[in-house]
Design a binder for this molecule. Sequence first.
Ligand code: SAH
Length: 391
Amino acid sequence: MIKTTATVFLKQGREASVKRFHPWVFSGAIERIDGTPTDGDWVEVKDSRKQGLGYGHYQKGTITVRLLSFSAIVPDEKIYAEKIKAAYNQRAFTKVISEHTNCFRLVHGEGDGLPGMIIDVYNGVAVMQAHTVGMHNDRHRIAEAIKETLFDTIHSIYYKSQGTLQSAENEYLLGMSTVPHVVTEHGNKFYIDWEEGQKTGFFLDQRENRKLLGEMSKGVSVLNTFCYTGGFSVYALNAGASLVHSVDASAKAIDLTRRNIELNGFDPLQHECFAVDTFDFLKDKKDQYDVIILDPPAFAKHKDAKHQAMKGYQRLNAEAMRAVKSNGIIFTFSCSQVVDKQLFYDTVVSAALQSGREIKVLDHLCQPADHPVSMYHPEGEYLKGLVLYVS
Ligand code: SAH
């Protein structure tokens, strides 16, 4: 059995969202707490009539409890193994893992019923990232559950939470693996460095969008901005693009891109890298590329920064609409969770109006099946994109 240290009672009427399986209990919904929990403890949540609603991790703050269970029965030690197994089965069933793809997200926080935990798998190595103290405290239990589920398909587990939690240290919880480490994604090869790289080392969330870009890249010129590891660039080259330019403000990212291009057997002459700001790069470009990819970092991480972020997205898209050739294509993305689909769409429309070009929407893109969104937790949806045809 999981040990709890307190019971959290909700105000009258505030149980409604929990009954709709929303996993967050906000501080304003709490009537009183019996016990003195410390951050990371398991607690029980009850309604004002003392009916049990579920169990979760306590952490002082706006979101005070993150629920892992919506039952009045105390969860047992198997809770992590059950959830991780269910997450794995969904990936296997939805064909995320295949002979051409050996890297995937095994656990996507709330989308897999494990708020505060991310687990990415890179060809035999699982990388865990905790965003809450509760998940940090339970890291060994979770590592055991990963071993149980993935069994002999993994040899190492790296716990990387130093950047997300003050109290955490990065460490191997199983085995050890040298970096960089090679993975295959739809047959494209990439070096992954979970120790030094951003987040867990790679942006797995763009896998299906990279594949779609590949399908449109044969014989054409491609500009990949905010390229990081060069994901879209490698797909474009493997698909037979005539020329690929990659841009990132970070020299380290450009170095990663170069190495990934070489790993896939390409001549450096078929590809050019620019370690510059995308806005500066686009400034003097007009009717130059057949395909342009815009995949910036989250311009707005908080609601307060939204207005400034929208201006950034508008400017970026308007510049790309000038730089793309006639009858060219733009893949444009936003990974800001606070900017919803409609707001992003409206911003791209205003960029289109500013450009004065005739533009059609060919596709609406989103995050893939290994980054699932619980229907009861729409906040989990963050990646959105549009494929535009510019006449
Ligand atoms: N498209 C990538 C992920 C992009 S992550 C993929 O498929 O994996 C965002 C990247 O944008 C980071 O590498 C960061 O260094 C870069 N970046 C941030 N601000 C930038 C700017 N103003 N100009 C160019 N690159 C920038």
